[in-house]
Ligand binder design. Structure first.
Ligand code: UT7
Length: 317
């Protein structure tokens, strides 16, 4: 069976932090952030809020279920990707299961940082293709800003909080996720990581921005190329590149290397910042709202993140 998208839902907090707001927190400027990253603002959890990733995830999941015309009881499995889970265990997906009342579903988390949604979507496609499941909720839910070091201008300017959820359902083989490729290189784990409170080393997130930038451009370009070729397509057959939103310069460089014109690439990092595993469902939701997902549209979803881990899902709408 094909794993086709039946509904997409998102949630993000109303509170907006602009670059000018960040100028008052660390030594930076709107001009630097805009030119180096393309980010103008990000939605953030209000200070002091007790909300957890499972709250965002449950709201996005409910919106996706409504779009799909399904109820929580129709869901066979929930896979949640995130970098800041509600607790060390149980899985954030279990809290989401309880919050939406998906009593029949199994639930587990995927830890692949910013690439988490692509990894989880691959798992959903396999579970559906095998016949084990009919409907899977794949969720990227990220509350990142409370765990950042707000004295570190290298990282705190980049991220936002949000969740996106997608219902994948069994459908015709020629539609949905056609194939996926996933890769990891643990020898590069030192370039991007989030410490636990009390760990030695940096407070919060560490990122070697330049290394991550280079790896992002190289690995995403390569994995999109090989995934499209493995599917028997040419890059010119791609209608849309739905890429993890970390930096508009990374997105632009990948698009250029793949020979994709700007109209085939969606950018929302300007309004949301980097929302890690939530960024791909946020972009999909935007593409759908703009009427850009039509029957037959060929889409490459691709992301890279800490691990390092990266992947690509090739999908026919
Ligand atoms: O989701 C996956 C994870 N993240 C990413 O994919 C992010 C990948 N990396 C990047 O997007 C970019 O590397 C950054 C946006 C993080 C940084 O851009 P860059 O062009 O690589 O800048 P840089 O780190 O080389 O820093 C250039 C200068 C430095 O000053 P000096 O040493 O040249 O005097 C930094 O100290 O800019 C300085 N700088 C800043 N200045 C103002 C670094 N951060 C800031 C800042 N405001 N926020």
């Amino acid at each position: 069976m094909g794993a086709v998208i039946r509904g997409i839902g998102v949630y993000y907090p109303e509170t907006v932090l602009t670059n000018s707001d960040i100028e008052k927190i660390v030594a930076t400027t709107d001009e630097w952030i805009t030119t180096r990253t393309g980010i103008k603002q990000r939605h953030v959890l209000p200070k002091g809020s007790k909300l957890k990733a499972s709250d965002f995830g449950a709201w996005a999941a409910k919106a996706a279920l409504e779009k799909a015309g399904l109820t929580a009881a129709d869901i066979d499995g929930i896979i949640c990707a995130n970098i800041n889970p509600d607790k060390q265990f149980p899985a954030t997906a279990c809290f989401i299961q309880a919050k939406i009342g998906a009593t029949r579903a199994f639930a587990f988390d995927v830890t692949a940082a910013c690439a988490g949604f692509v990894f989880a979507a691959n798992m959903a496609a396999l579970l559906i293709d095998s016949g084990q499941c009919g409907n899977i909720l794949v969720i990227g839910s990220e509350i990142i800003t409370p765990v950042l070091d707000w004295t570190d201008r290298n990282t705190c300017i980049l991220f936002g909080d949000a969740a996106g959820a997608v219902v994948f359902s069994a459908g015709p083989k020629e539609r949905g996720i056609l194939l996926s490729q996933l890769k990891s290189d643990g020898t590069r784990s030192e370039v991007l990581y989030l410490n636990n409170p009390g760990d030695d080393g940096p407070r919060g997130m560490f990122m070697d921005g330049k290394q991550v930038f280079k790896a992002a451009v190289t690995e995403i370009t390569e994995i999109v190329k090989t995934t499209v070729a493995k599917g028997g397509f040419a890059l010119t057959d791609l209608d849309l590149l739905v890429m993890h939103q970390a930096n508009v310069r990374i997105i632009g460089a990948v698009a250029e290397k793949l020979g994709l014109p700007p109209e085939k690439v969606i950018v929302n990092v300007d309004r949301f910042g980097n929302t890690s595993s939530a960024s791909i469902p946020l972009v999909l939701h935007e593409a759908e709202s703009q009427g850009r997902l039509k029957p037959g549209t060929l889409i490459a979803m691709a992301a890279v993140g800490g691990g390092m881990s990266w992947g690509c899902n090739l999908m026919r709408w």
